[in-house]
Structure formats: structure tokens, C-alpha cells
Write a protein that binds this ligand. Structure first.
Ligand SMILES: [Zn+2]
Length: 119
């Protein structure tokens, strides 16, 4: 381990952040921390799920990870079809609605099975 002066550590931290930002642009997959930041922007308290239009109730923050009524970011153009992580391609959605949609057209969505275990 090499002891580095504070200035070098700050430079290293800035470099890591720059690399992180670059990775989002190049590979299109933000880090976990970046996803959390995006989720807070895309899905603030009171958000309405764009897939069910609120038919399943509000998106509920603070539930266990993966709860069907919990928050998620849905890609309008799915990642598998080249959709980006740009804010213009992200919409708030229930985790359950998002999972049920997969890469399908939202117009052809059948959400009937998505909430079986939503207790
Ligand atoms: Zn929904």
C-alpha cells in the first residue's frame, strides 16, 4: 500500500467518478449507486406507475427490494432493443408491472399475474 497525499486521493476519487460516468455512456449500464440516484429522480414519492396507470395503487417506497408494488424504472425502449438509460427513456413503474412487461409493448401488457404474491 502506498501512502498518498490527500490531493492525490481527491484526484483518484474524481477519476473513479469520471470513469463511472463514462461507463454509463459507453456500456449503458449505470452502477448500483447511479441507479439509486436515477431511481430517486425518475420515481419520487407520489409517482404513478406508467404501465398500469395507477390501477394497482401508488408506487410504494420503502418496501422490501423486489416487492411488486415497490418502485422501479421502466425503459420505454427496452434495454434489449437498444434503449438507453437516458432520463427521456425512463418512466416510473411498479416493480411488478415492470417485471410483467419485460421487453413487451406496454400496449399488450397482461398484468393479471404480476401481483399474486403482493401481500
Ligand atoms: Zn403498475
Amino acid at each position: 500500500m502506498i501512502a498518498a497525499p490527500c490531493g492525490q486521493l481527491a484526484i483518484a476519487a474524481a477519476l473513479f467518478r469520471a470513469v463511472d460516468a463514462l461507463r454509463v455512456e459507453v456500456e449503458g449500464d449505470p452502477s448500483g449507486r447511479e441507479r439509486q440516484r436515477l431511481l430517486a429522480v425518475v420515481c419520487p414519492p407520489g409517482s404513478v406507475c406508467w404501465l398500469c396507470g395507477g390501477a394497482r395503487g401508488p408506487i410504494v417506497l420503502g418496501l422490501r427490494r423486489g416487492h411488486p408494488l415497490g418502485p422501479s424504472m421502466d425503459h420505454v425502449v427496452p434495454r434489449s432493443m437498444g434503449g438507453s438509460w437516458d432520463l427521456s427513456n425512463l418512466r416510473p413503474a411498479h416493480f411488478g408491472c415492470n417485471s410483467a412487461r419485460g421487453a413487451r409493448d406496454p400496449q399488450q401488457l397482461d398484468l393479471s399475474g404480476a401481483y399474486r404474491d403482493a401481500g
